[in-house]
Design a protein. Sequence first.
Length: 135
Amino acid sequence: GTLDAATLSQLDRTAAVAESEAARGDPRAAAEMMLDTIVPPARAGQHQAAVVAGYYLAASDPTAALNAARKGLALSQDNTPERAWLLDAPPGIDTLATHAQLVERWTAAVDHADNATDVRPRWARRYWSKRDAAA
């Protein structure tokens, strides 16, 4: 089956909003927005299932990712690239990119903490410097 223009337009709008949510760091919200787009025709629905599963993986929710994949697999038994992806999904590039961003953000926060101006009162700095030396 094919999709009509109105359905394609709605899918595009939903995908754009979901991508925006994912870019803001909320892949779970992106997945939840797109969950209802896993519908026939099979290839389109299976593609949507793959996208939703990827967002759930980025949100560290493998159970929800598996459920989305199963919903897509239930649409058809045809041997399509989308079905193959759902059966043996590689780690999503978005998941790896999100991981890299989180590591960079954490590293920057740690670096900033090491170089931050100590705003503790002088008595507290003296107390903790003695404790640190004794440790």
